[in-house]
Design a protein around this ligand. Sequence first.
Ligand code: CP
Ligand code: NVA
Length: 308
Amino acid sequence: MKRDFLTLLDYSSNEIREIIDIAADIKAKRSPDALRDDLKGKSVVLIFDKPSLRTKLTFETGIYELGGNAMTMADSNGRLGARESIADIAHNLERWVHMIVVRTFGHEIIEDLAKHAKVPVINALTDSFHPCQSLALGLTLREKFGDKKITLAYLGDGNNVCVSHMNYAAKMGYNFVAATPKGYEIPSDMLSNAQSEAAKNGGSTSTTYDPKEAVANADLVYTDVWASMGQESEAAERKKIFMPFQVNEEIMGAAPKSALFSHCLPAHRGDEVTDGVIDSSASIVFDEAENRLHAHKAVMIYLMRQGN
Ligand code: CP
Ligand code: NVA
């Protein structure tokens, strides 16, 4: 049975740990001269309806290092579904390629594609979720904290990255605290879902409007842009509302001294994070960015092993 990777909610805690194990293993054994053959003779299409630096290049590099062929379609082709139906696209692609990686707007678009395609579909970001980012964060957290049940504080918009990291934390039994402005909270159904998942796994999920309260026990302080791709017209208004949630030296001063900082990138320096924090020794942003490569290779290996 083919499996897709659309959200972490579709995966058990053990399955997610298994993907992180694969990522750690292939990272440890990586050598530029020793390509693997997990994708030998196979093609993967990458479809991007939104801009990307990290996701696009780490998938392309990962596919190369697994012996496969990457083909990228960027947004100049028009949005998915505009030229022909999602179902028809799926029925074309499944005749040619072995896997589909998609970055798009509404999450229902990728669900529709996955429903109709006989080959695995990977979510490279939708308006609702960014699960690949959470795998990279997961690998980074394992490297920094081992098996410790950590506390992750997220400051800013209750967006796709926030929700996916919340889900990851819930699956791992971590404590997750999000501080958002009023009106920009995590969608309530996603929050209650994560709360019951966290409770099952010995963790907790909570929210506040007070950024200092959120970071008080944090092992990691995390943030993301205040206006996501597709919300550019709201950027100026959001900047005024979100400024109290900026991760700056004062906020990091309210966290334990050992607290680390991360961000999915791209960062808007001076908005959601100051140079003083992102360039500090507490910052692990580039470790997480590096781990996008290993996480993406791992999820592709995992899905190929499931068969398609
Ligand atoms: N973090 C992330 O997904 O980066 P890109 O938008 O550059 O792919
Ligand atoms: N929340 C951001 C993440 C970018 C990687 C966005 O969707 O634009």
